[in-house]
Each structure stands twice: as C-alpha cells, then as structure tokens.
Design a protein around this ligand. Structure first.
Ligand code: HEM
Length: 190
C-alpha cells in the first residue's frame, strides 16, 4: 500500500478554534456516516473503507473503557476487519456489557482461539443493530447480530472482505484525503 505524505500543516490556535468532538463509538450507522460526511465530505463508501484501519491496534479499558483487538492479528495491515465483520471465519459475535451496563461492545470468537471485538460504530456497517442512543445497548439481537437485518453498507463491507488489494487502494486514497483535510499548499519531501 502506498500513502503519499505531504508536510506543511500548521497548528491551530486552541484559543480561537472551537473544540471538536470525536465520532461516538456507540453511534448507529446514520450518525457514523453523518460525522464523516460533515467533517470531511466523505461518501459512505469512503467512510467504510477508512474504518478498516481498525484492523490495527486495540482498545484499552484505561483509555476508552472498551477492551480488546478488532482482529486476532492486531499488527497485520489487511482486510481482516471486514472479513470478521462479515461473519467470515465462523466468528460468533455477542454483545458484552462493560462498566456496569453503561457501555457495550461486541465480542467474537473464532477458530484462532483469540477473542476479538467490534464497537457499535463498526458493527453498524454490517448489521442494523439499532443501538440505544445513550448506552449503545442493542435489544434486538444482543446474542447474535445475524438475527438483525443487514445494514445499508453491507455490500461494501462484503466487497472489501473479498478483495484485500481493492480495499487497500481505496483506504490509501481516503486516508490521504483525511490527513490533508483543511490544509493547502502541502509539500512533498525533497
Ligand atoms: C467512527 C469512527 C471511529 C471511532 C468511534 C473510533 C473509536 C476508537 C476507539 C474507542 C479506540 C480504542 C482507544 C483505546 O481504548 O485505546 C480506537 C482505536 C484505534 N483507532 Fe479508531 N475510531 C474511529 C475511527 C478511526 C479512524 C478513521 C482511524 C484511522 C484511519 C482509526 C484508527 C484507530 C487505531 C489504529 C486504533 C488503535 C490504537 C491503539 O492500538 O492504541 N479509528 N478507535
């Protein structure tokens, strides 16, 4: 994968620029897509491609309250996020309550023997889980998201799950757009 990096961004002045919020981890599909559309002008497809970044790294209780990696190999950059999301590899997902029912995530197990997870903002790309707006709790299919209808972006998830090279090309394009958003006259390193 090739991401072109251009330098020259200037820091904003926190005294004059209003604080910005991050996208919510418990949001439904509409809110997740709206965030990236309004902040970056991204299409649904670009947003789905971008969130495949969660194939890397993990969540930490002490940071976000969530815990675990999205895929068994957290240091390998590939489309496994979409494979797992699209029920690939025989993953069985169920919703887990964290922090005494104030926070929810999806935990999955597969043949790798390593547990992994999805946030609501990931799961909503594939299943219409109708999470509660305050806690993120799903009442419709908490022990099996496959019992909930497909999400409007389901076909995109399945396309990326089936085509690693295609996803990487689209990820690279949208990632560049994201890191250059709001900047002009950026320069290529000499
Ligand atoms: C709906 C949008 C998003 C939400 C709700 C979200 C939420 C989160 C949360 C809760 C964590 C765990 C933080 C922790 O506990 O340490 C995380 C980690 C991470 N996110 Fe996202 N994220 C979003 C979009 C993105 C995007 C656009 C990228 C990059 C293109 C990204 C890349 C990562 C990576 C690489 C980690 C792992 C960090 C680590 O291992 O320490 N995320 N995200």
């Amino acid at each position: 994968m090739c991401v072109t990096f251009r330098y020259g961004r200037t820091d904003c002045n926190p005294a004059t620029v209003a604080a910005r919020s991050f996208p919510s981890s418990i949001a439904n599909l509409t809110k997740t897509l709206q965030f990236f559309a309004s902040e970056f002008g991204f299409t649904s497809r670009e947003t789905v491609a971008l969130l495949g970044a969660h194939t890397l790294g993990e969540a930490h209780r002490e940071n976000s309250g969530f815990r675990g990696r999205w895929v068994p190999r957290k240091d390998s950059f590939d489309n496994d996020y979409f494979v797992k999301l699209a029920d690939g590899g025989g993953v069985s997902w169920s919703q887990t309550s964290l922090q005494r029912g104030t926070l929810y995530q999806w935990d999955g197990d597969d043949a790798s023997g390593r547990g992994h997870m999805m946030l609501n903002s990931d799961m909503v790309l594939y299943r219409d889980i109708s999470p509660d707006a305050t806690t993120g709790q799903t009442l419709t299919c908490p022990t099996n998201p496959a019992l909930c209808p497909y999400a409007a972006t389901k076909d995109i998830v399945e396309e990326f799950a089936a085509n690693n090279a295609g996803w990487m090309a689209e990820f690279s394009d949208v990632f560049e757009k994201m890191i250059e958003h709001g900047s002009t006259n950026l320069q290529l390193p000499a």
